[in-house]
Design a protein around this ligand. Sequence first.
Ligand SMILES: [Zn+2]
Length: 246
Amino acid sequence: MAGWSWQSGDVHARFTSRDHGNIGLHVGDDAEQVAARRADIAAAAGLTTAAVAGVTQVHGADVWLDLGAGTSVAADVQWGSAPSPIEADALVTTRAGIGLAVGVADCMPIAVAWGSAHAAIHAGWRSLEAGILERTFDVLRRAAGPSVAFAGVEPRAVIGPCLGACCFEVGEEVAERFATSSIVRRDGAPRPFLDARAEARRRLAELGCEVDDIEVCTSDSRDCFSHRGDVGATGRQALVVWRVDA
Ligand SMILES: [Zn+2]
């Protein structure tokens, strides 16, 4: 399956490309076709959609923690044809064999592996500013517990395709919310550009996390759906993160 893959220990992540079709439910697409594409992506990870959790993303900083048992996730978060009533922008589980999914166009999809816990994060600029990364790491640390506290296991993350600083023009009112090192000003450009990747890398480094970066700009790459590149009407690609039993 095309797209981009990443692995840290037993944790795997897959970022899908435009080839896989739209996986978002709120973009005017047929829900059953979306569900079929989600099932294909899950199957490529060796999972069923009953074992993949997805929530309704709202550009906030809430984290959904999986408290289930067994081999599937609760019906209200199953990654199928119906939108989840649960609103959050990050998901965390400690269960092997459970996938976590987010949908993105230009926002950053981030996967994290830390001991027995893994996370999927949907990080737009609002969520970044609201502390989604820090809050996810709080939940990860508590969820992973002894597997990281006493074992000296460090977290590792990967940033997937997202809107690059090359294309992420913002207003001054947005730029002023971020570290100056995350803002790019170009000669002749009236407005600044946000380097969301740099902002995420800086915050993740402060959390003690090693970071890998796919370094693909969704607006420039024809392999990606992009709000900016497609001028509004576009689909979503997926990030799915899962851990296999060692
Ligand atoms: Zn770009």
